[in-house]
Design a protein around this ligand. Structure first.
Ligand code: F6R
Length: 241
């Protein structure tokens, strides 16, 4: 696990965006795994700038998002579909037909989850996966537990995640209690992974992860220690607390 410590959020975002840019340069039809949440917003802003000012071309790129709330409409302002559209996709030249986000409104989620993993395989697998990390160590919505799902699955969100995500909703009661998320195995199959974390709130979990000494399902991100190509990019606040 490689670690890059940047001075602040802006530098972290530029570094992450440049890694994505370099991978697209190497492979224009890159299969890119994407996260939502506050952490990658700066990276997406920088990707938009690179597209508009430096001609970064997304026309052949395919994206797969990590997760989506269950029971939420695609055009709901708190859906991850809406987030991706407004935060990134509407501002770059990506083909909407090449963007995939779990559908939280499907009738048969179990069948759908299998199809999502199959579709990733069909597109050649994820070349580069962008991850955030929860304060409790979750990646995607793989929450700390006795066991972790290998493939894409429907999961219950923990109280701490519901609490953390309530900042985007009018009240905590409106936060969905379940989500569809790529599993740990789906994530580990990515050829290259970058995990981003910024701010003091992430300092405890980053300290734990960067001990790099134990793998435990109680800290789902620790499984990444088994992956051959992970870069953790943090700002000084997340690194030093
Ligand atoms: C979002 C996701 C989550 C977030 C994590 C951190 O697609 O998979 O694991 O990355 O909850 O969220 P923020 O960035 O809002 O602190």
């Amino acid at each position: 696990m490689k670690v890059i410590v940047e001075k602040n959020y802006e530098e972290l975002s530029k570094t992450a965006a440049n890694i994505i840019k370099d991978e697209i340069a190497k492979k224009p039809n890159l299969v890119l795994g994407l996260a939502t949440g506050s952490t990658p917003e700066g990276t997406y802003r920088e990707l938009i700038r690179l597209h508009k000012e430096e001609g970064l071309d997304f026309s052949q790129v395919t994206t797969f998002n990590l997760d989506e709330y269950v029971g939420i409409d695609k055009d709901h302002p708190n859906s991850y579909h809406y987030y991706m559209k407004t935060t990134l996709f509407d501002h770059i030249n990506i083909d909407p037909n090449n963007t995939f986000i779990p559908d939280g409104k499907v009738e048969n989620p179990e069948k759908y989850c299998k199809e999502y993993d199959r579709l990733i395989e069909e597109k050649g697998g994820i070349d580069l996966q962008v991850l955030g990390i929860g304060e409790n160590g979750h990646i995607a919505f793989n929450e700390p537990d006795e066991a972790l799902n290998v493939g894409t699955s429907v999961v219950n969100l923990t109280e701490s995640t519901i609490q953390a995500n309530s900042r985007f909703f009018d009240s905590i009661d409106q936060v969905p209690k379940t989500a569809i998320t790529m599993g740990i195995g789906s994530i580990m199959k990515a050829k290259k992974i970058i995990l981003l974390a910024n701010g003091k709130k992430k300092a405890n979990v980053i300290k734990e992860l960067l001990k790099q000494d134990k793998i435990t399902t109680k800290l789902p991100a620790s499984i990444l220690l088994l992956h051959p190509d992970v870069t953790v990019i943090v700002d000084e606040e997340a690194y030093n607390g």
